[in-house]
Design a protein around this ligand. Structure first.
Ligand code: HEM
Length: 119
């Protein structure tokens, strides 16, 4: 059986390092950090954990409807979304995922743009 990217890169143990690094970049970004200012820690961790799973086809993925609900109260622009995808790509490259895997993960996220960005 084909293993998911999540499994091939070591499951939660190693992937959580990737996600922490991604999240650090997001919080360092002047455009993106504002969205997380009033979000409590528990929710940040939840966000992060769900990102991990969704990043790579791991367990506990969620529906487009849930994604839409989670972001509905924000006004996330396409530019902000793209900025986040840049940071995601950078992070995955930092952690030596191969190009094919990086593209697959970024593609998965890009496919969801309409459930996150305000339109
Ligand atoms: C395809 C891209 C994205 C995915 C897959 C994603 C995924 C998620 C998930 C799973 C949650 C948690 C929902 C829950 O707690 O039920 C969440 C929450 C959140 N997301 Fe995203 N997200 C994406 C893009 C973005 C972008 C571009 C921003 C900001 C610029 C953002 C900001 C937030 C914030 C602030 C929360 C916390 C909401 C709250 O606690 O009320 N997300 N996201």
């Amino acid at each position: 059986m084909t293993k998911s990217t999540f499994e091939r890169y070591g499951g939660f143990g190693s992937i959580s390092k990737v996600v922490s690094s991604f999240y650090d970049k997001v919080l360092d970004s002047p455009e993106l950090s504002k969205y997380f200012e009033n979000i409590d820690m528990r929710r940040q961790i939840d966000h992060q954990t769900k990102f991990i799973a969704s990043l790579m086809g791991g367990p506990a993925s969620y529906s487009n409807q849930e994604l839409e609900r989670a972001h509905a109260r924000f006004t996330i622009t396409r530019a902000e979304f793209d900025e986040m995808m840049e940071l995601l790509q950078e992070t995955l490259e930092d952690f030596d995922l191969n190009d094919e895997d990086v593209n697959e993960v970024v593609q998965n996220f890009n496919n969801r743009v309409n459930f996150v960005v305000r339109h």
